[in-house]
Design a protein around this ligand. Structure first.
Ligand code: ZN
Length: 313
């Protein structure tokens, strides 16, 4: 049984960035490349390879440019990277990234503690990145990934009006897409439904991906809520890699293996082969011994009644 490679839902694999940036051990570049190849072989069509930050801040991301170049050998994969500032954007563009994501905290205290920038300074940076893209790299997509959208560990409550105002601001500044991220796993399905509905209403086709963390076990419930209101791109991480430093034992991003199973069982095509996806965990087990990996499907396997969406019964 193999999946249908026409897809209804795009899964953007963020383990190589969101996952690895949260683990202490540095995965050697050679193993990362083999892991990326295994992820691509599973049928994933979009992979966030890393983060173009200062290696002093995140030594495990120092090989971001090499990894982008490696994955660009795969014409079947859209190669993305996280970029916190203009310098990172230049490096990501030069390396050949096809899309960059700029993290923008809706909570200003979070922005200050995370990237030491006020909102006004963030707007300046986004404006500069868009100008650089427009002038020299017109084919590269730019997404603003709004973080702390569903709540913030510093500020607590984040008003929904603030989220929408920030999304509008980003759209005005010229980003192609605005995604909503539940950075700390505070979101619930009712909130997800409200925010994505408003997002689509306000910025139309620029409404982008949903990025959920499973810190409090609400991840897949939030996916269902987002599906209900028309979201078609979801970030996820193999093995839920990364965890959360503030919540011991909690997984990080929603688990790609479980997400693929959920979607395919519901009749939504992802193009991803679950067996190959589970096999890709071997590179993590080898390179990050002792690092917990999460997910129900890798342990339980698919049910006997499972078949891929679109495949013959
Ligand atoms: Zn995240």
């Amino acid at each position: 049984m193999t999946p249908d490679h026409n897809i209804d839902i795009l899964i953007s694999e963020v383990g190589p960035r969101d996952g690895l940036q949260s683990v202490k051990t540095t995965l050697p570049t050679e193993l990362k490349m083999q892991w990326l190849t295994a992820l691509a072989d599973s049928g994933l069509r979009e992979i966030e390879t890393g983060s173009f930050v200062s290696p002093k801040l995140l030594p495990q991301m120092a090989d971001a440019a090499q990894l982008v170049a490696h994955l660009r050998q795969r014409p079947d994969v859209f190669v993305t990277a996280l970029v916190p500032n203009l310098k990172g954007a230049q490096a990501a563009f030069d390396a050949g990234a096809q899309k960059i994501t700029l993290p923008v905290s809706v909570s200003e205290p979070h922005s200050l503690s995370n990237i030491r920038k006020t909102h006004v300074q963030v707007f300046e940076e986004v404006r500069a990145v868009i100008a650089l893209r427009n002038e020299h790299f017109p084919h590269v997509e730019v997404e603003a990934g709004l973080s702390t959208v569903f709540g913030c560990t510093i500020q607590g409550e984040v008003p929904e009006d603030d989220v929408i105002a920030m999304a509008l601001r980003m759209a005005e500044l010229g980003v192609d897409e605005v995604g909503l991220a539940d950075t700390v796993g505070y979101g619930n399905p009712a909130q997800v439904r409200r925010l994505f509905t408003r997002l689509r209403h306000e910025i139309g086709v620029k409404a982008g991906s949903a990025h959920f963390h499973n810190t409090r076990g609400q991840g897949l419930a939030n996916v269902l809520a987002a599906l209900d209101v028309g979201v078609t791109t979801f970030d996820a991480s193999l093995g839920g890699l990364g965890g959360c430093p503030y919540a011991p034992g909690a997984s990080g991003n929603i688990v790609t293996e479980d997400l693929v199973y959920l979607l395919e069982s519901m009749g939504l095509r992802t193009g991803v082969d679950i067996d190959k996806l589970v096999a890709a965990r071997e590179w993590l087990k080898r390179g990050l011994p002792g690092e917990p990996l999460y997910g129900f499907i890798p342990d339980a396997g698919v049910g006997k009644n499972f078949h891929y969406a679109g495949s013959a019964r």
